[in-house]
Design a protein around this ligand. Sequence first.
Ligand SMILES: NC(=O)c1ccc[n+]([C@@H]2O[C@H](COP(=O)([O-])OP(=O)(O)OC[C@H]3O[C@@H](n4cnc5c(N)ncnc54)[C@H](OP(=O)(O)O)[C@@H]3O)[C@@H](O)[C@H]2O)c1
Length: 314
Amino acid sequence: MTRIKIGIIGSGGMARHHLTRFTSMEDAKVVAIASRNEETGTQLAKEHKTAFIPEWARLIERDDIDGIVICTHNDSHGKIVLAALQADKHVFVEYPLASDVGAGEAALKLAEERHRVLRVSHPEAVSNTHKALKQKIGELGDLLLTSFVRLTPGRGARPEILFNLPVSGIPAHFFIYHIYPIVDFFGGAASVKKNAVYEGLKENGQYDRFVNTLIVEFKRGGIGQWTWAGGIAINAAEEHERYVLTEGTISDAGGNWHCITPSGVVPLSISDSPQPTLQELWFSEIRDAADQPPNLEDAAVALEAIRISLGFGE
Ligand SMILES: NC(=O)c1ccc[n+]([C@@H]2O[C@H](COP(=O)([O-])OP(=O)(O)OC[C@H]3O[C@@H](n4cnc5c(N)ncnc54)[C@H](OP(=O)(O)O)[C@@H]3O)[C@@H](O)[C@H]2O)c1
């Protein structure tokens, strides 16, 4: 089998994660790592016996690369995705797809025109829990309300850079992996009302305490309510997610999904069948794209998720 040649952009936590996955795949060849951070970039390239390039634009223009894996901070995803597609590369990008809707729309259009695979790293595509939820939701009638509430005493055990407005966007945007599923289940939004309040917002874009809410009206009917309050006075973190449908409710508190109907409460049945990794899925899509147009349904869900996370139509 011919090997798929890839280049990685970024040399932080996710770049390291993806590199480990790709280097364990027999049909992958990591040609080079591009990073603005020479120290971590050269170190990672050395560990994986591959080349280091300081500028991502030089990586993208190389002819010996089929696909680009983008692991930079959120504010640069859109422009790197567009540049990679313009150079006829397949793209695997860490979520979010982009930090403005226009760039996301342009990316889907380019991927379609240029016949390139555009995969955003949303793990639902390979998640048994997501598949079980989608099936159960399909059996329980129409959506009335989907509700997600997260309360955290600290801002969250996440890297500092996430809580930086210009770099990462609002909490709903960098926490977009809680919005992608509701788009996949219920489709697009007719309107989104966004509210975000920050305390201790500094000139460099960092902040201490925040409350961010979204109220979504879905085109197909039903309301979505999404809230994260961080840095608040509370003893321990709480998180609760619910899908309230006309025939029953699916609820998760503490990682235990239950389905509640007039006949009782039953745990959600989740298969443990093995799933491909996202990296393997991307490779199979690249191979399929040799003789058929790439399937961009998942990228379209990722695009609608950024429309909602950014409060489009508020
Ligand atoms: N899929 C998941 O489970 C998951 C989990 C966590 C994060 N993420 C997403 O993955 C992305 C990367 O997160 P991370 O945790 O790996 O961050 P990280 O450890 O801070 O690494 C980011 C890397 O990208 C580089 N970089 C950032 N902006 C750049 C730009 N404009 N041009 C060139 N290089 C740039 C950084 O260089 P410097 O060292 O110079 O800053 C660093 O090497 C984020 O979008 C994040 O939201 C996904």
